[in-house]
Design a protein around this ligand. Structure first.
Ligand code: SF4
Ligand code: SF4
Length: 242
């Protein structure tokens, strides 16, 4: 069985949020939308996002590192959000493993968001339905699009190429090879949900600073010992001297 998924390279993600905004744009105007925004320019804006980037500082000073961690529904192979749904609105597609919500059947009881250990479901307060990442099912299955465009909006938008998309059950696929070669891992596997999305770990980088490398040898002020000349002031215009 095909299992479509995202593989996200944490070593490459720069936290620019292009995936967040492209997701919001595509899904607001696509079959999963509109995704609401409440008071977007107010003091306490809120809204529905399928994909969020969380940024952490890891390690201990001075050996810290910033990690940008994009997170959306992981399209678990054994998704706990599905069996808890009393109406059958939450389901996993047999043909490609995408986990979806049928808005027409959803009664907004939120059982699924309590069952999801990843906080991946977003309740839409305007429509009173549960929403979540659809892996852009309306793009990836659209045969009218050129094949190169049949990818989730976030994958196409990522300027760093940190997001891969494909079938993790095909051992020859780009995503499977990346998982195998780069020690791709699942988020919280101890929950037994078998998330389809994987992450490629951040490599720790170490640098050594040498004091002599911090000197600017081409600094003209140091070379000839001169200070910059005071600006020429017009009479009566001392006010702009600073
Ligand atoms: Fe369900 Fe959460 Fe897994 Fe997505 S990440 S399939 S919402 S349990
Ligand atoms: Fe099912 Fe909707 Fe309730 Fe979630 S909120 S369990 S999708 S009816």
């Amino acid at each position: 069985m095909t299992q479509l998924a995202l593989v996200i390279d944490l070593n490459v993600c720069v936290g620019c949020h292009a995936c967040v905004t492209s997701c919001k744009q595509w899904n607001t105007s696509g079959s999963a939308g509109p995704l609401t925004d409440d008071l977007p320019y107010g003091e306490d804006p809120s809204g529905t996002f399928f994909n969020r980037v969380q940024t952490f500082e890891v390690g201990q000073f001075p050996n810290t590192q910033t990690v940008h961690f994009p997170k959306s529904c992981l399209h678990c192979e054994d998704p706990p959000c599905v069996p808890v749904c009393p109406t059958g609105a939450s389901y996993k597609r047999a043909e490609d493993g995408i986990v979806l919500v049928d808005y027409d059947k959803c009664i907004g009881c939120k059982y699924c968001s309590w069952a999801c250990p990843y906080g991946a479901r977003e309740f839409d307060e305007d429509r009173k339905v549960m929403t979540k990442c659809t892996l852009c099912v309306d793009r990836v299955t659209d045969k009218a699009l050129p094949e190169a465009q049949r990818k989730p909006a976030c994958v196409l938008a990522c300027p760093a190429g940190a997001r891969l998309f494909g079938d993790i059950h095909d051992p020859a696929s780009t995503v499977s090879v990346a998982i195998t070669e780069r020690a791709g891992y699942q988020l919280m596997p101890e929950w037994g949900t078998r998330p389809a999305n994987h992450y490629l770990p951040c490599r720790r980088t170490q640098i050594t600073l040498h004091a002599e490398d911090l000197q600017r040898r081409d600094n003209p002020l140091k070379l000839d010992g001169k200070q910059p000349e005071a600006p020429h002031l017009e009479p009566g215009r001392e006010d702009y001297a600073t």
